[in-house]
Design a protein around this ligand. Structure first.
Ligand SMILES: Nc1ncnc2c1ncn2[C@@H]1O[C@H](COP(=O)(O)OP(=O)(O)OP(=O)(O)O)[C@@H](O)[C@H]1O
Ligand SMILES: [Mg+2]
Length: 361
């Protein structure tokens, strides 16, 4: 028997910030206060619709393999068409029973946080389905898939340097918004920022996805101590892994790793390489501020006519600061946006000057 929704916002009076700290209190829809009743029709609540299992099946042609977009730790992702005609991406929770509780927690956090966020560089949650044991998340469809596939995966045409800078700026804006208090009143740490969680639309606008591990930063605090280290290998802030101390700068570290992926076209972790080269940061960190050696790690697939060495040098320098071991030495995401804009400007100016010189000859 499908479960229905029983209540919207928690009515007890609390301060807004108190509610913000507790995702179990401040939630848009308490679908987990389950009650046996017929599922309600899809409704918009705080920007998120509620769907039935039948609607999910219809949208994906019964989860046909033809509609499969990819597979991640939470389950499979399908392209779907809603009754309204809207094209969406549907993430279906598919976990072994011993991982279901964890999946349920991530599902709730994702719905709770993402339905309250609104920014052009964050993927939109259109709705969800919680029907019996079934869990689905319904997102806006991102035509060009994830960034990693464009750098070292299936994409045939590799992105040129200005496009990579555009993606870096977009992703930086999304993270800066999360880190500011303008999103939900207090900062949010994403905790799973990585190239497969940066999705691209037809214009290559970057949008951050997957908020299941996100953490609200307690008001007035600079860090929070966690008992378990969660995230993805290759992107872990070393300070966080050693102490459990999670800060906004943990996301900055992960952002630095993505910058290195954009620069080198390599994966954050590549187990096909020798033991000393498997981790991208450890592999390239020492040469990021050495112009001569830096040339050797630039993605060979990057069109030479699309970048100037000056902009590459600036970019590598910023990335090296983002991945510093001491989190207090890393820049903020707002600083990153400013520097990346300057790098883009420097690149455009440099390329225009080269073109001009070329014409004069
Ligand atoms: N909104 C979307 N639009 C288009 N494609 C998407 C969308 N969301 C996810 N995908 C595709 O589905 C794939 C699987 O996504 P998912 O988030 O489940 O896993 P992941 O991020 O690759 O890895 P993990 O779950 O291990 O962190 C993505 O890599 C992406 O290509
Ligand atoms: Mg993902």
């Amino acid at each position: 028997m499908p479960f229905g929704l029983v209540s919207a916002w928690n009515k007890r009076r609390r301060s807004k910030s108190e509610d913000m700290l507790n995702p179990w209190i401040y939630k848009p829809v308490e679908y987990w206060q389950i009650e046996d009743q017929n599922p309600p029709a899809a409704k918009r609540r705080h920007g998120s619709s509620v769907f039935t299992l039948k609607e999910m099946e219809e949208a994906t042609n019964s989860f046909s393999d033809d509609n499969l977009l990819g597979k991640g730790g939470f389950g499979r992702v399908y392209k779907g068409t809603l009754r309204s005609g809207e094209i969406v991406a549907i993430k279906k929770m598919d976990l072994p029973s011993f991982k279901e509780a964890e999946g349920e927690r991530e599902f709730r956090v994702e719905v709770d946080i993402l339905s309250r966020l609104d920014h052009p560089n964050l993927v939109s949650l259109i709705g969800y389905c919680a029907d019996g044991k079934h869990r689905f998340l319904v997102y806006e469809y991102m035509h060009k898939g994830n960034l990693q596939d464009h750098l070292n995966g299936i994409a045939e045409v590799k992105m040129d340097w200005p496009l990579r800078l555009k993606v870096a700026i977009g992703a930086a804006r999304g993270l800066a918004y999360l880190h500011s208090s303008s999103a939900v009143g207090i900062p949010i740490i994403h905790r799973d920022f990585k190239s497969t969680n940066i999705l691209l639309n037809t214009n290559y606008d970057a949008k951050i996805s997957d908020f299941g591990l996100a953490k609200l930063m307690p008001e007035g605090q600079q860090s929070c101590v966690t008992s378990r280290v969660l995230g993805t290998f290759g992107y872990f802030d070393p300070e966080y892994t050693l102490t459990g101390k999670l800060t906004l700068q943990s996301d900055v570290y992960a952002f630095g790793v993505v910058m290195l992926e954009l620069l080198t076209g390599r994966r954050a972790v590549d187990l096909t390489l020798g033991p000393s080269d498997q981790n991208l940061v450890l592999q390239v960190r020492h040469i990021l501020n050495d112009k001569k050696k830096l040339r050797k790690v630039i993605d060979p697939e990057l069109s030479r006519s699309s970048y100037t060495m000056e902009s590459i040098t600036m970019f590598a320098n910023l990335a090296s600061r983002c991945v510093r071991t001491d989190s207090s030495e890393r820049p903020s995401m707002v600083d990153c946006i400013k520097e990346l804009q300057l790098i883009l400007h420097t690149n455009t100016k440099g390329l225009n000057m080269t073109m001009h010189t070329f014409r004069m000859i």
